[in-house]
Design a protein. Sequence first.
Length: 111
Amino acid sequence: MLTYVFIFLAASVLLFQGLHIIGEIEGPMGTVPKELVLPERAARRWGERLLGFGILTLLLGFLSFPFQSLVDYLLPILVIDGCALAAFALYLVFAAPRVEYIGKPSDDGHH
């Protein structure tokens, strides 16, 4: 039972993250600063991959209720989901656009 909690939690995180990334392309919500917005191609690619993993996880989770033979695949798909999220996090940390800091204090007197 606890496995299903983590499966559906991982599926919802992947679905919402993928939808958010794809949604930022079509209609930016302003939650990400302009300097940090992913390039459109990378955002679409990551969004589609995360969304695909989320849908696959959700389908496998729901199909494992009537088909008990699919229960054996829940733990491996959970590991794959974790790896997908880790790869996306590593991309954001090491390859995504970064803010360039000026390196000097502002002139408004609020140092």
